[in-house]
Design a protein around this ligand. Structure first.
Ligand SMILES: Nc1ncnc2c1ncn2[C@@H]1O[C@H](COP(=O)(O)OP(=O)(O)OP(=O)(O)O)[C@@H](O)[C@H]1O
Ligand SMILES: [Mg+2]
Length: 367
């Protein structure tokens, strides 16, 4: 009787395609530690992020593929997730322990950047990823209030700032430096940029899968310093359905595009209101604004978050809805958006990896 071989197994497994990356799982290096002895098959399936929306589907497809291989007597699979590097760490020697940096930006102020940044960070952390949150709104830091940690004792170790720990997140905010908080408004561009650089580079973030950076509104010094000082995975644009917000969001998108800063996509906040009586979605400010932006500017649409008093109260009371009411429809909407965002980061990471490989094999021109 013919014994099943490793080649046959890999061939079959390579028919499983990651729906986000549109590549087969074998060439993406997701099959690790494969052992095949006398029909007993064992391997680890290493997914690209614990928050991928298709993880269960990929796992199912792998099991189906294995069941179709003749001669497999026993099958044992360990499923893990290792977040891919969405930024070139080789280039960034100053901050080489953070795999992805996501800037949360908007055109207009008050659209919910900080709310989205915080709940997104919590969701990714709840999925099993290591997550940091940097409040880069140096003029008006709101993360301390939203997390209920107004004053943190910021400590330095080996000249590095130790981030505060809150609900599994590593957090740094200018607001923790309470005495300086009120003076921020008088700081000018270069000083503000310097503070942000220090928060990024002189902080002991340790190993993070995602560092979420909550930015002030618009396209001023802070977003530009973030995007141009160190390699980032990309910018997430938050907008609301009102035309005033989406018009400014479009301008911000145009500017990020012009500067070649990658855009992860757009999230629409305060999209609809769920009627407590009839449970129906009401698009009070109009429907589909962010989707239109995403289609017109060719950037992914990543989700919509309802207008909900629980979200607002959570922020005001320092008890984010992801923690107090994780099974609510609002929390579910954050989870859905976070999965799409994580998937987009994997896509950008795969693209980056390809570009780096292409560069590595490019023949040097001979004269
Ligand atoms: N989906 C939502 N439902 C209800 N209230 C919300 C929602 N999102 C945000 N809010 C509330 O709207 C206000 C503004 O939100 P937030 O501070 O997150 O906006 P921002 O874009 O970060 O503002 P800024 O531009 O000042 O940094 C807050 O009071 C917040 O609680
Ligand atoms: Mg804010």
């Amino acid at each position: 009787m013919n014994m099943v071989g490793v080649d046959q197994v890999l061939e079959k497994l390579s028919t499983v395609i990651d729906p986000d990356l549109k590549k087969d799982i074998v060439s993406m290096g997701m099959i690790k530690d494969l052992e095949l002895n006398d029909g007993n098959l064992k391997f680890t399936l290493e997914l690209t992020t614990p928050a991928c929306p298709f993880n269960a589907e990929i796992e199912d497809d792998v099991r189906k593929a294995v069941s179709q291989i003749q001669g497999i007597k026993n099958f044992d699979m360990i499923v893990t997730a290792k977040v891919m590097e969405g930024r070139s760490l080789d280039v960034d020697t100053a901050l080489a322990t953070v795999k992805n940096i996501i800037g949360v930006a908007s055109g207009k102020g008050g659209v919910g950047k900080s709310t989205v940044a915080l709940n997104l960070a919590l969701t990714l952390s709840q999925s099993g990823a290591k997550v940091g949150l940097l409040d880069a709104d140096i003029y008006g830091p709101s993360i301390p209030l939203m997390l209920g940690i107004q004053k943190a004792n910021m400590e330095f170790e080996d000249n590095k700032l130790q981030p505060a720990e809150s609900n599994g997140l590593k957090v740094v905010s200018f607001g923790f430096f309470a005495d300086q908080e009120h003076q921020a408004a008088i700081y000018r561009g270069p000083i503000i940029s310097g503070i942000l650089k220090q928060f990024l580079v002189d902080t002991n973030w340790s190993n993070l899968d995602y560092l979420i950076v909550d930015l002030p509104p618009g396209t001023g010094d802070i977003p530009l310093t973030l995007a141009q000082t160190i390699p980032i995975t990309g910018i997430l644009v938050v907008t609301t359905p009102q035309e005033v917000a989406s018009n400014v969001a479009v301008k911000a998108i145009g500017m990020f595009n012009k500067l070649n800063i990658p855009l992860i996509g757009v999230v629409e906040n305060m999209s609809y209101f769920i009627c407590p009586n009839c449970n129906e979605k009401h698009y009070v400010f109009g429907e589909g604004g962010a989707k239109k932006i995403s289609e017109k500017h060719n950037i992914p649409f990543l989700g919509e978050i309802p207008l909900n008093s629980g979200i607002m109260e959570g922020s005001d009371k320092g008890k984010p809805i992801m923690l107090t009411n994780p099974s609510s429809p609002s929390a579910e909407s954050f989870r859905k958006s976070a999965k799409n965002i994580a998937a987009q980061c994997s896509i950008l990471a795969a693209k980056l990896r390809e570009e780096m490989q292409a560069e590595a094999v490019e023949p040097t021109p001979t004269s």
